[in-house]
Design a protein around this ligand. Structure first.
Ligand SMILES: Cc1cc2nc3c(=O)[nH]c(=O)nc-3n(C[C@H](O)[C@H](O)[C@H](O)COP(=O)(O)OP(=O)(O)OC[C@H]3O[C@@H](n4cnc5c(N)ncnc54)[C@H](O)[C@@H]3O)c2cc1C
Length: 431
């Protein structure tokens, strides 16, 4: 049994854990961060885009030093059918006019490793390659963790152990995940070379593209496709809600193959070399899946707390992980000042979260997961959009029918006015 008692132990060296470790170590606290991967980032995955605002608060101008891939200056959203794609694009320098509003494509194995090094530099101790399998609870208060038989003690434990958070489940703070609360992500990283990426995607220098798609990629199942340009690779992936996977005959890897062979995607990937394949769960239910965040001696941050918002055109979990890690650390610092690590004192974490974008955004979009279970969005909307576009853009010598009347008739055939109004109302309410 270790004699040493830490000011804080952090379980999980992802973005939430590293952020908490940096803040605590900088404040002079004895921090131990335990990561099950061989190094921080070894087991971590994301689609690809980090909104930089929350890390800016911890490391101003971090992009000048961190291993970011590209700065996102092009956005693209597509509704796909088997052979067509209706694309909306936005390209603007405003997307990165200041560090707080810039977003970056990242590869977690590099990025998290760098962030962990910042925590180490600030004085945090990191033990990689071991799994925390048990929480140590005395008189109802968390006092430490057990990893591969060794007990380690601390005034507070921050659980930043990702979406499953088996440890928060073990404590009874979090229920076992339900299939509608999470999506499965599968992603391939494909090397194309920097020049090829710039030519094919119309990018200059370190400009990046974020491209999200719905419809055909998941064969109408709830979910979508993603493509992010990195320095000399692209990240291409699929996210599919677990409860709806049975809607399609395709497995998630098959959905990814289908997406990569889509006529709108395949030409961009031609000649590329796959260098990495990964899979991971994504918290999808947002506000509705937030667990108990604080108990005596313990706090939950990042994906472990379900802090993620997927709106279809933006996917955000990393900025929530960083902010919640920082706020958990702030709460621990306040508890140290008070010399009291009870739930009551640590609950300042919930107050800080409520005042931050974390809870504000989660509350703002709490109705959104319901929209993402509207079958029409993944089947009827892409197909209807495709048919209307075909009508608009086809000139073949036949008499030209009014595109507006065609659209009205098509929509009327597919849905009643009542259903259409209900859906629009739901969308308006969700936003
Ligand atoms: C396919 C996909 C696409 C996504 N796209 C985006 C995107 O584009 N933008 C965005 O902002 N977000 C995106 N997200 C969400 C984002 O990746 C997560 O919200 C973010 O990674 C959460 O960070 P975290 O530190 O809370 O958890 P994680 O990154 O999961 O870190 C948890 C860490 O804990 C470690 N760990 C777990 N259990 C233990 C244990 N018992 N002992 C020791 N260590 C343990 C793990 O190894 C891991 O390092 C995406 C997610 C997926 C899967």
């Amino acid at each position: 049994m270790s004699e040493e008692k830490f000011d804080a132990i952090i379980v999980g060296g992802g973005l939430a854990g590293c952020s908490a470790a940096i803040v605590l170590a900088r404040a002079g606290k004895e921090v131990l961060m335990i990561e099950r991967g061989d190094y921080c980032g070894a087991k971590n995955m994301t689609g690809g885009r980090l909104y930089g605002h929350s890390l800016e608060k911890i490391i101003p101008n971090f992009a000048e030093k961190a291993p970011i891939e590209r700065i996102v200056k092009k956005e693209k959203v597509s509704l796909m059918t088997a052979d067509g794609s209706l694309d909306i694009g936005y390209h603007s320098a405003k997307l990165s006019s200041a560090p707080e509003c810039a977003s970056y494509t990242v590869l977690r194995s590099k990025f998290d490793r760098w962030l962990a090094a910042q925590a180490e530099e600030a004085g945090a101790e990191i033990i990689p390659g071991i799994v925390v399998d048990k929480m140590i609870v005395e008189d109802g208060k968390v006092v430490g963790v057990e990893a591969t038989g060794e007990e380690m003690y601390a005034d507070v434990v921050i659980l930043a152990d990702g979406v499953n958070s088996l440890l928060a489940q073990q404590l009874g703070m979090k229920k076992e995940l339900e299939p509608h609360q999470v999506a499965v992500g599968a992603k391939e990283v494909i090397r194309l070379g920097e020049d090829v990426i710039n030519q094919r995607f119309g990018l200059n220098g370190n400009e990046g593209l974020a491209w999200l798609s719905a419809g055909d990629p998941t064969e109408g199942s709830f979910g979508g496709g993603l493509l992010y340009t990195n320095k000399d690779t692209v990240s291409v992936g699929i996210v599919a809600t677990l409860s709806d996977i049975g809607h399609s005959d395709l497995s998630v890897p098959q959905m990814l193959d289908r997406f990569m062979s889509h006529p709108s995607i395949a030409p961009y990937l031609e000649g590329g070399t796959p260098i990495e394949y990964s899979g991971h769960l994504v918290p999808e239910e947002g506000y509705g899946m937030i667990p108990e965040l604080v108990r005596d001696g313990v706090l939950v941050a990042g994906d472990a707390a379900g802090f993620c918002v997927n709106l279809g055109f933006t996917v955000r979990g990393m900025d929530f992980a960083i902010e919640s890690g920082r706020l958990a650390a702030e709460a621990v610092l306040k508890a140290h000042e008070a010399g009291d690590f009870s739930k009551e004192t640590l609950s300042v974490y919930e107050k800080l979260l409520n005042e931050s974008f974390v809870m504000r955004d989660l509350k703002q979009f709490k109705g959104f997961p319901t929209i993402l279970t509207e079958r029409a969005i993944f089947e009827d909307v892409p197909d209807t959009a495709d048919k209307i576009c075909e009508k608009l853009f086809t000139v073949n010598g036949e008499p030209t029918e009014s595109a507006i009347m065609y659209a009205v008739n098509l929509i009327a055939q597919r849905t009643s006015a009542r259903n259409a109004v209900d859906m629009i109302t739901k969308i308006v309410e969700a936003f």
